[in-house]
Design a protein around this ligand. Structure first.
Ligand code: MTE
Length: 368
């Protein structure tokens, strides 16, 4: 079912899966032991649409512009010196998580065939976006906050910085950070040195790295990655089959749950088997329960939450079940505080670019 087994991947010693020659896009199989609640930097996934820019922190400036009363530029020292320091644990989830499962329904040309790798939890330190926006003074028309990176992406004959926008309500929520550190050390270059946005609970694409500019806008950003990509469109336009500009823009990550072990295709000893994984709700509807089925969704057992998270992070869970000698389809689903659970089938979540798959996660294994 998962296309992962047939993919051409190279294994690094750290078990990083590399999907491209430049190493711009990689991830590790998640580990769900308590000491891995915060993902070590060496195992943190990474996703970049262009080469990593070399930025001199001495000359770097953050521009704050658009619908503000006081447009300004900040050096790194000014930013960390003028605003209170904040640290927050937040799980970064790429919109392409679990895209590979869609390949059972047909090809997704040009898209990275991610399995469960592009998700990691960081302890992020920086300043609150809200504090910086307060200092700039919001114009009455401001509705969106646009982030633009200093990398240079090529799309549709144009050369521009990766970017996108979030709603003003989210931006002033207090949890959105302008982060200078990951896990207590300066951001590594691949994760956005010297400054990146961290938008907890929203797709990773909105956590713009190598931040150069923040602009207050009356309308959503026109950046390609807001207006043309990272949108869920369920119908293919026959004239422009890869175009999703009429789809819905992605924002909050959906409720999701994943079986991390045993992995797909494993053979285990029949009898008691422990199944482990992670799950996460969305901002206003936190995770309430996780259920695991030994038989593709006919019967469900409630899992034990082994490491509870917050509204902005994953939680780890575990369930033990007795398996007869046979082939079994283990299945997981989570339920949020509104009583909403996940869609059962990938056909319900399929979309043209394969984003935000949160169908029940299934793993086929053999007990003998
Ligand atoms: N920011 C810039 N400037 N350029 C990018 O290509 N990729 C985005 C986001 N921020 C990206 C970016 C995507 S799609 C994801 S999932 C996250 O960064 C990945 O962050 P990481 O590499 O630190 O894991």
């Amino acid at each position: 079912m998962m296309a992962r087994r047939s993919q051409q991947v190279t294994y690094w010693p750290m078990s990083r899966l590399i999907y491209d020659a430049g190493g711009l896009n990689s991830g590790s199989w998640p580990v769900v032991t308590p000491e891995h609640f915060i993902t070590p930097v060496a195992r943190f996934f990474t996703r970049s649409h262009a080469p990593i820019p070399a930025i001199d922190p001495a000359t770097w400036r953050l521009e704050v512009a658009g619908l503000v009363h006081r447009a300004s530029h900040f050096s790194l020292d000014e930013l960390v010196g003028e605003f209170p320091k904040r640290t927050l644990d937040a799980t970064l989830v790429c919109a392409g998580l679990r895209r590979a499962e869609f390949l059972s329904l047909g090809p997704l040309p040009g898209e990275l065939p991610w399995g469960p790798e592009p998700v990691s939890t960081g302890s992020w330190t920086g300043v609150a976006l809200r504090d910086v926006l307060r200092a700039a003074g919001l114009g009455a028309e401001a509705r969106y906050v646009e982030f633009t990176g200093l990398d240079r992406v090529d799309r549709e004959g144009r050369h521009f910085g990766f970017g996108g926008s979030i709603d003003l309500d989210k931006a002033i929520g207090g949890e959105v950070l302008l982060a200078t550190q990951l896990n207590g050390a300066p951001l590594p270059p691949m994760h956005g040195f010297p400054l990146r946005a961290i938008v907890p609970g929203w797709i990773g694409a909105r956590s713009v790295k190598w931040l150069g500019r923040i602009a207050l806008l009356a309308e959503p950003s026109e950046n390609y990655f807001q207006s043309r990509a990272y949108r869920t469109q369920r119908e293919i336009d026959p004239e422009k089959p890869r175009d999703v500009s009429s789809g819905d823009p992605l924002g909050e990550v959906p409720l999701n749950a994943i079986i991390v072990e045993p992995a797909e295709g494993t053979t285990v000893a029949a009898g008691w088997v422990t199944v482990r994984g992670w799950a996460m709700g969305s901002a206003n509807r936190p995770l309430v329960s996780v259920e695991v089925s030994p038989n593709g969704g006919r019967d469900w057992n409630t899992a034990r939450i082994t490491v509870p998270g917050t509204a902005w992070t994953w939680s780890f869970w575990e369930a033990t079940m007795s398996l007869e000698p046979d082939s079994h389809i283990l299945t997981v689903r989570a339920t949020d505080s509104a009583g909403v659970t996940q869609p059962a089938e990938v056909s319900e979540t399929w979309n043209v670019k394969g984003y935000a798959n949160n169908a029940w996660h299934r793993v086929t294994l053999v007990a003998e």
